[in-house]
Each structure stands twice: as structure tokens, then as C-alpha cells.
Design a protein around this ligand. Sequence first.
Ligand SMILES: [Zn+2]
Length: 400
Amino acid sequence: MIATLWTNARIVTADGSIDRAPEAGALEVLTQGGRIVAVGPGLARDGHRIVDCGGRLLTPAPVDCHSHIIFGGDRANEFEMRLVGVPYTQIAQAGGGIKASMRATRAMSVEALVAASLPRLDHLLAEGVCTIEVKSGYGLSVAAELTMLRAARALGHARQVRVCTTWLAAHALPPEYDARPEAYIAEVAIAGLEAAHAEGLVDAVDSFCEGIAFTPAQLAPLYDRARALGLPVKIHAEQLSHLGGTAFAARYGALSADHLEHATTGDAQAMAASGTVAVLLPGAFYALRETVLPPVAAFRAAGVPMALATDCNPGTSPLTSILLAMNMGATLFRLTVAECLLAITAHAARALGLQDEVGRIAPGLAADMVLWDAETPAQLVARIGFNPLHARIFQGEVVA
Ligand SMILES: [Zn+2]
């Protein structure tokens, strides 16, 4: 099998700290069989296919580590309501929000959900994304949640992209379980998890821990079951209030805790101890016009890796740009350029438990990389609504 040598690129490996953009050609990358074989200066050329990268910036391919990209319907009407001052909690209680998406999603087949989701996925792929996490959570019945994850797996066959699936039945309480959250967790979230896991549909288990969703005590049986099945867990926590979801999930060694606007220094320390990644979601912060910032300084001080993701969803973060997520991470949360790039590569991979598979340009990892019409990472982060992608490289091959 022929190897490919990627030469004359400014390579940011995201493998360790990012201090400055290197000179073109200071490093080269050798790939073979879809994997990165070697990274270094002056690699041997004999017998290799040579790709001259023209002095462009080469980075690990972006990883979108938090998305709800599969859903039915549209919630632009709620956007209009929020514009005239109706709060999200009131929209949710009036049957909007997640429940509106539930009604539309339940009415759709696997094929219809795939067709509805592909345009959103294609936007992300056009910005170089090679790995995406896809959550269930709009079916809210065993059958409809399974349908969503079958559609997620199908997306991974429809395009050249790596899909990680997350069981998020504990996203909202459907009307038929009104005031019976414990029964919903047992009969849908846990029973459905077992069925989905048996079908090979689940890579991780997630929940929405919030006053309008579930408490840590209600979620404990689900997380106990995930642990018994050997599945990693994550959590949506401290987005609208501080309910203790972060510390709860840290006790289960969560891969990530996500949103975190209302997290505390104590939460950051718990996350550091459990190796949990802080996944920051500036698209939701922006769309909800949130004013409380996530405790970035506390995450830095505790050494908690920070990731950024689109949180692509029909209501609170209708965002299909990982580049804009980076720009918002810098502009709204004051992350540095280096933190932003790590946040969509190495740290995003860690949030999915894939740190030894993707997210860095390092020997042994998948050869998922992007060649940008840029010279520095700052040029990727600074601009708004501009896509400088030159080539998306998935498993060592340039793909459309
Ligand atoms: Zn989410």
C-alpha cells in the first residue's frame, strides 16, 4: 500500500501546546492505510506519493463533539417568540422546545430523518469536520429513540464521516409521562438503552440535568445502568441553573459535562479529578442571549480541558458551523486562539473518548486532517462567516 507524504505545509499538530504557527515545511506528515505513520522534519521520500500543500495550514480535522443534528421539523417560530421576550422556560412549558421537535421527529422514518439531517451534516463537512457526535433525544419513546440512532448510524454510511452515537432519552419528559419522571427513566430511558445497546447503537449515554428536565437523583438509576453496561456517560449540566449535575456526572467518570454556564469552581475541581472535559456551547449561549459566562478561568486553573461544539439543534443552537463555534468561543468566552483550536480537535476528541483515534496529527491516529487557505490558526478563528477550507482529508484521502 502506497504511503503519502504531505509536504510544504504549516502543520499544527494539536499534540501538546500550540505556541505559534510553524513555518511551511518545518514538519511533514506521512500517512498510509488511512493512518498517520510519522510526523517530523525531513521524512524519507522514496516510493511515496508526494502532496505539495503549497504552504497552507494543515490541522487535525475538526471534531463536533456535541450535536443534535437529527430532528424533525423546524422551530423558527420559537425564535420569533423569543425576539419579543418570551423566555425559553415558558416556551418549553407551553409545549414548545424539545416537545415540539418530539412531535415532528416521532412522525418520521429513519430514511426521512436522514434526508432531513444530511444538509446540516454537509454544512459541517464543508468546514472539514471528520467526526461528529449525534444524540438521540427527540423521540422520547423507546421506538422513536431507536429510530433516531439508526438514522445517526445511517449518516455515517451516507457520507465519509465518523459518527459517534449518544443515547439521550433523558432529554425531556414526554406528555404521556407527565409528573412521572421516575417511570419514564425506568420504562423508556433505561429499557430503551438496553435495547439500543443490544443493537449496537450506543457509544455513550447523556442526559439533560436541569429544572425543566431531570434531577441527579432521578438520573442515578440510568447512570448506574450505563456503568453496568460498560458505556461512558456525559451530561448537559448547569446551563440554566446550578442543579449539581456536573459533580454527579463526575462521580461516574463522565467523558464530558456540557454547557456549564452556572458551574462553580468546585465543579471544575471535580471535573479535573474525574478527567471530565468541559464542553462549552457558545451557540446556545448566543441564541438564548445568556449573560452568565462559563467559569473559564476556573477550568484553566484546575486544568480541565475545554472543548467547543455546535450543539446543532432546532431551537436553542441552530448552528452548523464549527468555525463560528470557535469564533464565538473566543469572542464570547474569551478563549485564546490556541484554546479554540484545541477545543475543536484534541479536546473534542477526548470528550468522545477518541483521544487516541482522532483530534491530533500524531503517529497511530486516523489521518483525518484539513488543509486551509490560511497561514495561522488565528486566521481560522478571527473571521465570521468565512470558510477557508482547501481540502478535507478523511482517513488519508482528500474527499469532496
Ligand atoms: Zn445539547
